[in-house]
Design a protein around this ligand. Sequence first.
Ligand code: FES
Length: 107
Amino acid sequence: FVTPGPQGPVQDREVEVPADGRSLMKAAVDAGIDGIAADCGGSLTCATCHVFVTEPWLARLPPVSADEDTMLDYTTEERRANSRLSCQIRLTPELDGLTVELPARQY
Ligand code: FES
């Protein structure tokens, strides 16, 4: 997880989790990553699990669903081309090494 710092993005926390299909949001919350609020617990109604996914992992993710696309319009920090909701990212072996940037705020 990369967090915004005064001099630019800073590598913050590395979390080891099994690639068992749990969501990135769940892995982040379980690891105590502050930048993920996840108020709705993954039911795709809060947009407070917003992350920016870096390449090459962005291209390995399934496409944004219509519901995720709608919710991405409600993120506090402006949506970017690489914005995703971490509750919709399932951790699989193909995502080994996944790095995401956290927005400056979720509210
Ligand atoms: Fe609420 Fe992801 S946890 S939309």
